[in-house]
Write a protein of this length. Structure first.
Length: 430
């Protein structure tokens, strides 16, 4: 199997890296020109079975942190996807990373996006046209938590200043999530404490009067020696481009969450499904005759149980007719099943409606939500919203927005999936 090829995308060029003789070596550099795109396509054609990991280190990126209520995994994933689409409507390259819930039962989630610029599309088009396998699309800060973890970093926050080719990047990490990051083109003066505080203030994380988070400097010895904060920092020595240390991380340490669009992820999942199906078929062919002798009686026993079940269902239907009542038809059962499925999805849809409506009312501080499912499958569930700043006027305004079908709901003009009630924290419902 071919080794994974790392692709490093920086302003103006893309570099390909491969492991050779135990070292990560550059095997091609392609400028951001028509000739460079053509050379890259020829490079991909040499080995079409090779996996590729694309690491982007450019200025065209956005980071956003948001707090969300504690939800089941499926509903949280749907809500994060909806928030990403709303925050970054102009790009398909967005990524949402939820964090662990805190003592108040809320999640801090990082929402990230790569801008949909023409250069990025050119490189991705080359990969698609060559039928090459793109196993992952990442922004450089996403790999910093894995690098620090290998150096025994355990603090809840970290401020990382890294040296790059013709640029310096400063990144704030919260746990294993990227809270904020920015790439500064050279020339840039050595980074001091005031510069770090100005960076943190951009995201309303200004620690004025408090100590800075644990600080890391990643770069060459000469670069680190010029940094005034080196005496207070953990220094990780690399080449003149710290991206080399990140590219050298094993495949298993690259994060699960990435920027690949849904279509690309589905294509990879389909390839995996084909391979899994082939593996199952080979396993079945490899079964010995003794194993088949065990399987056949089991299948015969299953068929006998199915026959008994059919006999019992026929007897039950006959009993219903004798009592003057008809057994439920398949259409009736399908209708009830559909109603139950819609009720199961209504919770996530109602949260999406609520998040859209609350965007225009930042003065509301949520304390909690209460979900009540109806007794009948066809009934309408109820979502009670509890928080501060919900007076009669605000409740009326919210109810009006939630009852208006359109993009603020689900984007397809459908009505709200639940009845909304509003409660001022410590008071009755409105």
């Amino acid at each position: 199997m071919s080794a994974t090829c790392r692709l490093q995308l920086e302003p103006g060029q893309l570099t390909a890296w491969l492991w050779r003789r135990g070292q990560l070596e550059a095997c091609g550099s392609f400028p951001e020109t028509p000739a460079g795109f053509a050379d890259f396509s020829r490079f991909l054609a040499v080995d079409r079975q090779r996996r590729h990991l694309l690491l982007v280190n450019r200025e065209e990126e956005t980071y956003h942190t948001e707090k969300l209520p504690r939800l089941p995994h499926r509903e949280l994933r749907q809500l994060l996807a909806a928030r990403s689409r709303r925050l970054f409507p102009d790009t398909p390259w967005h990524c949402a990373v939820p964090g662990p819930h805190d003592s108040k039962g809320t999640h801090s989630a990082s929402l990230m996006a790569l801008h949909d610029d023409q250069a990025l599309r050119h490189w991705l088009t080359c990969i698609e046209q060559a039928s090459a396998s793109l196993a992952g699309l990442y922004s450089l800060p996403q790999l910093l938590p894995a690098l620090l973890h290998r150096h025994q970093h355990r603090a809840s926050q970290a401020l990382v200043i890294s040296q790059h080719r013709q640029a310096t990047r400063i990144t704030l990490l919260e746990g294993r999530r990227v809270a904020a990051s920015r790439l500064y083109r050279l020339p840039l003066e050595p980074v001091g404490e005031e510069f770090c505080r100005d960076f943190l203030a951009l995201g309303s994380r200004d620690p004025s009067g408090r100590q800075l988070p644990p600080l890391y400097l990643i770069g060459a010895d000469t670069w680190i020696a010029d940094q005034p904060l080196r005496a207070f920092a953990t220094c990780l020595t690399t080449s003149d481009d710290s991206a080399r240390a990140l590219l050298a991380l094993p495949d298993r340490h690259w994060p699960q969450h990435q920027f690949s669009a849904a279509a690309a992820r589905q294509a990879r999942q389909l390839r995996w499904l084909h391979r899994a199906t082939a593996a199952v078929a080979l396993t079945a062919l490899a079964l010995s005759a003794g194993q088949w002798s065990t399987i056949v009686p089991t299948q015969q026993a299953i068929e006998r149980e199915r026959g008994r079940l059919s006999t019992a269902e026929a007897a039950l239907e006959k009993l219903h007719r004798e009592d003057g009542a008809s057994a439920p038809s398949a259409a009736q059962l399908a209708t009830v099943a559909g109603q139950l499925l819609r009720r199961r999805d209504a919770f996530a849809d109602a949260l999406g409606h609520l998040a859209s409506a609350l965007e225009a009312l930042p003065e509301i501080r949520l304390e909690g939500i209460e979900w009540q499912a109806p007794a009948e499958p066809s009934g309408t569930p109820t979502l009670a919203v509890i928080g501060h700043g919900i007076d009669d006027e605000v409740a009326t305004h919210l109810r009006k927005r939630l009852n208006e079908p359109g993009p603020q709901a689900t984007g397809n003009g459908s009505p709200p999936p639940a009845e909304f009630l509003f409660k001022q924290a410590g008071a009755g419902q409105r």
